[in-house]
Design a protein around this ligand. Structure first.
Ligand code: 5AD
Ligand code: SF4
Length: 469
């Protein structure tokens, strides 16, 4: 059964995002982005590279000379969605606009290049996540020669540190700042180390410069991004800056700038980092701390490098050092050989931790991964679905109970804009990353507003505004 609950699940994460900025250039590019925030952040780099080279950006795919799809490979259905989309675009190109250039960027590029170029002849351009500087050359080559152009080389150094991204989210309030790329963790289910390459950190000075310029331009919130941000390490200039130190330095830029980050690995969540959360008021009281599973044997098979007990200890430490800290997680249902008892361990861990929020997935085998090579994807589809549904139902109940316990509580929210349902209401997130909606009054986007919670759903706090904070 397809989950129908109002918490983000697969489909929400897999919905494509489009540019909200447009400008004219020598050729118009339509850029569509699938997958995680990191991909959205990459598309901001792509938009910047294209703009610097005279290309325009459009939101209307029908007026585009070039259509670029920034792809996601994390789960099979994300990949299928992109392939369907490419088929559709290809058919339109053949029928209406033979000069249209079609390009695939990002995580699907490396693995599918042969198929996309040769067997299926779907695209004119294939560009991997470390080759975006080369885009103008590749586009030029594809246009001049009519031949497909490819660069899927992964790099050990590329961090796009010097490229000022074109901000996608034009709310002018919150922005993403990429601080590291790639992942060395090799969790057995995950394709990311293969599609995005080795871990590398962006120099601290360029991160601070970018955050400073966001502050100067009136931004109030940054989310620093990477596949595993808390393994960040910049060893340049003689001294090493780790993630705790980096967050601390960003937090000093302005007391009005809130800082969040995504995503982290429990093995790298140090006490020093927890103390930065506790001591710096503008480092949000929220950590996304993916557990993936609640059973130690499964965690070992997943190559997560911690046990159930170690994870629970970490949660206890986090709550002791940072009272009231909000936690969210990622969970996979139906990984190879998962027994009913092991599945129940996931449920019991969720009951123990009581996450504020969770992203919940059904396992899908990804090529090249350790799991694909060594294990069998042997949990039947209907069992996977039922287990996922149990996980979702439990989380919805826990989220609702957590939100109900907030009724009467006060929070400071950063106004992001009108609520989705009504212009008479505003929405914004609490320090603990909960979405709240409340009457507009005379508040405007970008302001910090004190609110009192009066009601809730499992996904949203309903509140009355008290005043500016
Ligand atoms: N199948 C299902 N979910 C996966 N994730 C990563 N790889 C897979 C896979 N093969 C999930 C993990 C990760 C999140 C970004 O996606 O939970 O934390
Ligand atoms: Fe994938 Fe694990 Fe790296 Fe996350 S930490 S990107 S799940 S390999």
């Amino acid at each position: 059964m397809q989950p129908t609950l109002d918490i983000p699940i697969l489909d929400d994460l897999d919905a494509p995002k489009q540019v909200s900025v447009t400008h004219q250039g020598k050729r118009q590019v339509y850029l569509e982005t699938y997958g995680c925030q990191m991909n959205v952040s990459d598309s901001e780099i792509v938009a910047s590279v294209l703009r610097e080279n005279g290309y325009g950006l459009t939101q209307d795919e029908h007026e585009a000379d070039i259509v670029l799809i920034n792809t996601c490979a994390i789960r099979e259905n994300a990949e299928q969605k992109v392939r369907r989309r490419l088929g559709e675009l290809r058919a339109r190109k053949m029928k209406d606009n033979p000069d249209l250039k079609l390009g695939v960027l990002g995580c699907m590029a490396e693995r599918l290049r042969e198929k996309l170029l040769d067997q299926e002849k779907l695209v004119d351009l294939v560009v991997g996540p470390d080759a975006y500087r080369d885009l103008p050359n590749l586009l030029g080559a594809a246009e001049d020669t009519g031949q497909a152009a490819v660069n899927v080389q992964l790099s050990r150094e590329e961090t796009y540190a010097d490229i000022a991204p074109v901000r996608y989210d034009t709310n002018g309030v919150s922005a993403f700042v990429s601080i590291m790329r790639g992942c060395d963790n090799m969790c057995s289910f995950c394709v990311v180390p293969f599609t995005r390459g080795r871990e590398r950190s962006r120099p601290v000075a360029s991160i601070l410069d970018e955050c400073k310029s966001l502050v100067d331009n009136g931004y109030k919130e940054v989310t620093v991004l990477g596949q595993n941000v808390n393994s960040y390490r910049d060893g340049q200039n003689g001294s090493t800056v780790d993630f705790a130190e980096l967050l601390y330095r960003i937090s000093l830029l302005s007391p009005d700038l809130r800082i969040r980050y995504s995503t982290s690995h429990p093995k790298d969540c140090s006490d020093a980092l927890l103390h930065v959360h506790a001591e710096r008021a503008n480092v949000c009281n929220y950590i996304h701390l993916p557990v993936q599973h609640g059973n130690t044997d499964m965690l070992q098979r997943m190559k997560r490098t911690y046990s159930r007990e170690q994870y629970l200890d970490l949660v206890e430490r986090a709550r002791k050092i940072v009272p009231g800290i909000s936690l969210s997680t990622d969970i996979i249902a139906g990984f190879c050989d998962e027994t009913e008892e092991e599945h129940r361990d996931t449920l019991s861990l969720m009951e123990l931790v009581r996450y504020d929020h969770a992203y919940m997935f059904m396992y899908s085998e990804r090529p090249d991964t350790y799991a694909a090579r060594k294990y069998t994807d042997n949990v039947p589809e209907d069992v996977k679905k039922r287990r996922l549904q149990e996980i979702i139902e439990l989380q919805t109940r826990v989220s609702l109970e957590g939100n109900r316990a907030e009724i009467g509580a006060e929070h400071v929210v950063l106004v992001e804009g009108p609520s989705r349902r009504s212009d008479a209401q505003l929405s914004g997130r609490t320090d603990t990353n909960k979405m709240a909606v409340f009457d507009r009054m005379d508040f405007v986007k970008g302001e910090y507003v004190r609110i009192k919670v009066t009601d809730c759903t499992s996904a949203t706090l309903i509140a009355e505004p008290i005043g500016r904070a």
